[in-house]
Design a protein around this ligand. Structure first.
Ligand code: MIC
Ligand code: SF4
Length: 639
């Protein structure tokens, strides 16, 4: 039978399956520092002396601002842990994990699990790459399979060729416009079509990267001649193999995008799916432009920007900042002369890291309008709650920086068609290989690194207070905000838990501390966005026992289960009934976890509310063990 590419990769990695889940052997893992400190503490708690993957890499790219000892201590801890346990360590300054992984480690056809929601970026080179919480990565590093909810596979056919000044970013923005941030939940997008021929690996990676914003499990492109050329330029052509779906493979659904019809698009505040053509915004003033992030900071992107900025100055009312995706990109930009064009335009050069994407500097002014080549524009994520953040391609961003207003790049004359070099400059000196034996390696732990709290087995009956009632599409940035101040507490759960829901409700922490046993009520797609397990771990620490929502985002749902919080599904009637401050009783939870039904009662009125628990058998076992860490520990020992 003709098979999809997804199916072919599954066939060689499947180590078990149930009706709902496929168990996969994981070949590679990646972590970044903001999720990595927890992931390695968790791996350490599992008790093995070496990772059991083909390759694991620890990147430092998020918490690079060192305004106190905390981040520097975490970096040292991560370097020691990597050296000890058999993990490659990409030093701060070497680049953003997803960009560096594409350049130096990705291999077509392999399964990659990463503790960052944009791990699917590697789908641009034919990897099956999935974003998960840190504990899932720790478990994979311990050699445990990854259990993927069985997705629907959608064929996205890209037809024709992009017009000048229209870029890969516009393809994914068009999909977000059509499908919304909920449109990809439970799905994998597999790209085919004659349009692929003209899309380089970094452009494909941009499309896969923002598949995370659709809520997709992952996205994947075939591995073809374009992939081979990329790997060859990286001196890694031995890693190439051809991978494609069989002709006539059956998909659950098909979407077509005619690339010739696309125009430059922009996602307006405060959601990546709030997409309009740039012409609808033309002429409105812009205060800040930032080019970078794991979505758009490849050499291709920055060489294009350099050509646009060449012999021009940025508008006096605009601050333009540029953060190259990796040290390789920065080096080659310098060697090509493009960096000089960028600097002389008046741009501010930032280090090769996530930077402003996660609120590490460059927060806009009060009410400022910021055009960014990033993937997320959730309210407050930039560090300025009143700022208006727009997401666009590097081409649009550069045009806005020069004009000082939203500007259509198509008015800038001839498109600088940039060709990628046949050979990249390769220097892996900022990647430290692990020690051959970790036995004698001492791990340094700064005072900010606190032990991980572990969950307790779920009880059969509990009383909880509804501590907050929220609407649809609540992001993990809403639950556990980021930004320079809070991110430095990622290895200190007691401290970071003070900021849970901080941007929405400053009194939440105090209410939760007083109540000691609470639940959260939410609408659809609760927990969309990042993979940060702190959005489950910190609420668990505050005594949150359950989240009652109309629906959940995939990664966050798993994180809740991993930390012993029950994801309870409710219908609209129950949602409308529930209010902040209500006291609720949950009964028959243990059998409910196996069979779905349990009792949810409004204590004050005695009214019984419709609610159910939908878990796989494995997930029920995890909750019964008090979380994944306890569960994995028991499994690893018996192996
Ligand atoms: C993000 O883009 O939100 C992050 C920061 O990269 C997160 C991970 C984290 O919170 O550490 C993600 O995307 O998973
Ligand atoms: Fe870093 Fe932003 Fe990418 Fe997250 S989305 S990995 S913060 S660059």
């Amino acid at each position: 039978m003709a098979e999809t590419l997804f199916q072919k990769i599954i066939n060689v990695h499947k180590v078990g399956e149930t009706r709902d889940e496929i168990a996969l052997k994981v070949d590679q893992t990646l972590t970044q520092d903001a999720t990595g400190t927890m992931a390695y503490l968790e791996f350490e708690a599992i008790g093995l002396d070496r990772v059991r993957t083909e390759l694991s890499v620890s990147y430092v790219d998020h918490n690079t601002l060192q305004t106190g000892f905390e981040n520097a201590d975490d970096h040292r801890f991560l370097q020691d842990m990597a050296f000890k346990y058999g993990v490659y360590f990409s030093r701060p300054g070497n680049g953003i994990c997803h960009q560096v992984h594409l350049e130096r480690f990705g291999i077509p056809g392999k399964v990659l699990l990463g503790s960052d929601s944009h791990t699917p970026t590697a789908g641009g080179m034919g990897m099956l790459a999935i974003g998960v919480g840190g504990l899932d990565v720790a478990s994979a590093m311990a050699g445990m399979p990854f259990y993927m909810p069985r997705p629907k596979v959608v064929n996205v056919i890209l037809k024709g060729r992009l017009s000048p000044w229209v870029s890969a970013k516009d393809i994914i923005l068009e999909l977000l416009r059509r499908l919304t941030v909920k449109g990809g939940v439970g799905k994998v997008f597999e790209y085919t079509g004659d349009g692929l021929e003209h899309l380089s690996v970094p452009e494909r990676a941009t499309i896969c990267n923002m598949g995370a914003e659709l809520g997709l499990t992952t996205s994947i492109f075939p591995s073809d001649d374009v992939t081979r050329d990329f790997l060859k330029a990286q001196g890694r052509d031995d890693k190439w193999r051809e991978l494609a779906p069989d002709p006539g493979a059956a998909y659950d659904h098909t979407i077509e995008v005619d690339l010739e019809e696309l125009e430059p698009l922009v996602a307006c505040p405060h959601s990546p799916d709030n997409v309009v053509p740039i012409r609808e915004l033309e002429g409105r003033p812009v205060d800040q432009v930032i080019i970078g992030s794991c979505t758009n900071s490849s050499l291709k992107d920055l060489l294009t920007v350099a050509s646009v900025l060449k012999n021009k100055k940025i508008h006096p009312d605009v601050s333009l900042a540029i953060a190259p995706g990796s040290r390789q990109v920065l080096l080659m930009l310098a060697l090509s002369g493009g960096l000089a064009d960028i600097i002389s335009s008046g741009a501010r050069l930032l280090e090769t890291a996530c930077g402003p994407c996660i609120g590490m500097g460059q927060a806009p002014k009060t009410g400022g309008v910021s055009v960014r080549t990033f993937n997320r524009n959730f309210k407050g994520r930039s560090g300025t709650p009143s700022a208006e953040v727009y997401l666009a391609s590097p081409e649009v961003a550069a045009a806005c920086a020069i004009q000082g207003v939203f500007a259509d790049p198509r008015d800038m004359g001839e498109y600088p068609s940039v060709q990628l070099p046949g050979k990249f400059t390769i220097d892996d000196s900022m990647i430290i290989p692990p020690a051959t034996s970790g036995d004698s390696v001492e791990v340094t732990r700064g005072p900010n690194i606190k032990p991980i709290p572990t969950g307790k087995p779920v009880e059969d009956a509990i009383e909880v207070e509804a501590l907050i009632k929220l609407g649809d599409n609540i992001t993990t940035d809403d639950i556990m905000p980021a930004g320079a101040k809070i991110l430095s507490l990622r290895s200190n759960i007691p401290e970071i838990s003070k900021y849970v829901f901080g941007g929405l409700d400053h009194a939440f922490h105090e209410r939760a501390t007083v109540a000691r046993s609470g639940c959260v009520v939410a609408g659809n797609n609760y927990g969309q966005g990042s993979s940060r397990e702190h959005a489950a771990l910190a609420p668990m620490y505050l005594g949150i026992k359950a989240v009652l929502a109309l629906s959940f985002a995939r990664i966050h749902r798993s994180n809740l289960i991993n930390f012993g919080i029950i994801p309870v599904l409710i219908d609209r009637e129950t949602y409308d009934h529930l209010n902040q401050g209500m006291r609720l009783r949950m009964e028959n939870i243990i059998s409910g976890m196996r069979h779905g039904l349990f009792r949810l009662v409004d204590i004050d009125t005695g009214k019984e509310l419709k609610a159910w628990i939908q878990l796989s058998e494995r997930e029920a076992n995890i909750l019964a063990s008090g979380g994944l860490l306890n569960f994995v520990r028991s499994k690893v020992k018996v192996q």
